[in-house]
Design a protein around this ligand. Sequence first.
Ligand SMILES: C[S@@+](CC[C@H](N)C(=O)[O-])C[C@H]1O[C@@H](n2cnc3c(N)ncnc32)[C@H](O)[C@@H]1O
Length: 326
Amino acid sequence: MNKIICGDALTVLRRLPDKCCRCCVTSPPYFNLRDYGVPGQIGLEPTMQEYIVRLVEVFAEVKRVLTDDGTLWVNIADSYSGSGKGAALYPENAKKYKQGTNTGSCGVAAITKNKYDLPNKNLMGIPWRLAFALQDSGWILRQDIIWSKSNCMPESVRDRCTKSHEYIFLFAKRQRYYFNSEGIKEPIADSTIDRLAQDLEHQSGSARAHGGVKTMKAVGGSRGAFGGKQSRHRGNQELTAYRNKRSVWNMPTASCGKNNYATFPDELAVNCILAGTAEGDIVLDPFVGSGTTCRVANRYGRRYIGIDLNSEYCKAAEAEIPINLF
Ligand SMILES: C[S@@+](CC[C@H](N)C(=O)[O-])C[C@H]1O[C@@H](n2cnc3c(N)ncnc32)[C@H](O)[C@@H]1O
C-alpha cells in the first residue's frame, strides 16, 4: 500500500483500518503561522485551545491505525503572542508578514494576536501544550528531541536569543514498542575516538583512557548513518565506534520550495523511520505537505500513506516519489 490521499486528515484517517501502520512521522500545521489556502485547514483556529483539541482528535485516529508497538513522531514549533500579525485573525495580512508568507521551518517564531490570556510577547509553549494534551489523551510521551537548526533564519530581536530549534516528540502507544536504536546509532565524537585510540597497553594509572576500559568496537570499514567514516587506527586495526543516538539533532532546514510547505529535512524523517520501522512496514504522515516522509519511506524500502488537504500538494508530493519498487 503506497498512497497519497487528498483530504482532511481526520476524515481520511477514519477510513483506514485498525493497526495498519507501524509508525507515524509528521509535522502538523503550526499554530497561526501560515495559511495553506484550503478551507478546513488546521492551524488557523481562533484560540490555541481549539487548535490543540483538533490535533488531539487527529492523533487519536492515528493511534487507532498504528500497530500496538507503533510510534508517533511529531515535529512542531512554537509561536509568540502579541503583535496581532497572526494569519488567523488577520488573514488579509497573512501574505504580508514573514510568518504568513512564510518561512515555517525555515524561519519560525511568529507573533500572533493575543487572544489567549497571555500578555504580549509570551512564548505560547504550543509544543509542550500539545505534548501534554496528547499525554492526557493516553499517549506515552517518551522523549523530547531538539532539532537544532544549523542555518536558522536571523531575527531582528534584541531582547532574547535568536530561535534556532524546534521540537520532535516521540510518543508510544504502549510501554513496549518497536525502536531500532541500532538503526540510528551515531559515530562517537572525534575527540573521544582520539582518546580511546591511545595505546592502552602502555598506559598506566590516570593516564589510561577510561581507566583502561576499552569501549571501542573494531568494526572496520563501516560508515555512520549520515556522516563519513569515524575511525582511527591502532596498529593494523581500524577502529570505528558508535553510540546511542543523542536527543539533540543538528540538521539544517530544508528548502521551503515554491509551495512554502514548512518542509522538514530528509534527515529528520530518516531518523524517525529507521528507528520506528522495519523494511516493508507502512509509515503514515497525515500532514504530508511536500511528501518528505513518504519519499524517505520509499527510499528505505518502507511503504507509506500520506494525507494532505491541499490537492496541489498531494499531486506535487506524488510526483516527487519515484515509482517503486516494492
Ligand atoms: C507543516 S506542513 C507539513 C510539511 C511536511 N512535513 C513536509 O516535509 O513537506 C503541514 C501540512 O498540513 C496540511 N494540512 C492543513 N490542514 C490539514 C487538514 N485538516 N488535513 C490534512 N492536511 C492538512 C497543509 O496543507 C500542509 O501541507
